[in-house]
Design a protein around this ligand. Structure first.
Ligand SMILES: [Fe+2]
Ligand SMILES: [Fe+2]
Length: 225
């Protein structure tokens, strides 16, 4: 296999390009510099609103894989089997990560009830809602593009240190970020390996890529709000 032409490499390059273009457009929000504690609190609550749907989305995709009745070819059956296996394992790995964020928020004085009572934005509903559409009405493989995005760019310890200095918040506020800084590089590598192992046809690659790029742009929109 040619490394440069592997699907996972091409997908990662495209996702980096979307994020780099945005960086050039000054992604550091002014509010982060002006009122870092407020910015960070909002950041965590918005992250929660996205993360609380990660396991339910994968459960929906997993159900689709195991209940697929229209599969006709052996290749498609194998694809669904391997995909279902991945979702099953990853559901276990991601279980309760949304709860971690609520704990982090609580540690900086934001009660759980307050975090849960904030209505998520329309853009979050569009980002997550579109995943359900692709899973239920098209193909559960599309969700891989979304996962590739969300786990593809884990927070670095440098970024976490910077946020801690800017906000003045204790270590407890950054537990979820630190854990993902350690976990998500492995999750990203595992997904890359899966993308190389699955019997993907050109159309599958296009669906995954389209969803990854759509989701990347929608996430940038959410982060700018
Ligand atoms: Fe996670
Ligand atoms: Fe993860």
């Amino acid at each position: 296999m040619n490394y440069i032409t592997s699907f996972s490499t091409r997908l990662r390059i495209k996702l980096h390009l979307v994020n780099d273009l945005e960086k050039n457009d000054n992604i550091i929000p002014a509010l982060l510099e002006q009122n870092a504690p407020l910015w960070f609190k909002n950041y965590l609550i918005v992250t929660y609103s996205i993360m609380c749907s990660s396991v339910p989305l994968m459960k929906a995709a997993y159900e689709k894989c195991i209940n697929q009745t229209t599969t006709t070819t052996t290749t498609e059956k194998k694809l669904m089997f391997d995909l279902g296996k991945y979702y099953k394992k990853h559901i276990e790995e991601e279980m309760n990560h949304d709860e971690w964020i609520l704990d982090d928020l609580q540690s900086i004085g934001i009660p759980r009830e307050e975090s849960l009572s904030r209505k998520p934005s329309q853009a979050v509903a569009e980002l997550v809602g579109s995943q359900y559409y692709w899973i239920y009405h098209w193909h559960p493989i599309c969700l891989l593009g979304y996962i590739a995005l969300l786990e593809g760019n884990p927070p670095t310890m440098n970024l976490i240190d910077r946020l801690q200095k800017l906000t003045g918040y204790p270590n407890t506020a950054f537990r979820t970020m630190v854990k993902h800084s350690n976990l998500d590089p492995h999750h990203r590598d595992e997904l890359n390996e899966l993308l190389e192992k699955l019997p993907l046809e050109k159309q599958h690659e296009e669906w995954i890529t389209y969803n990854a790029l759509y989701s990347a742009n929608k996430l940038l929109e959410i982060r700018k709000q």
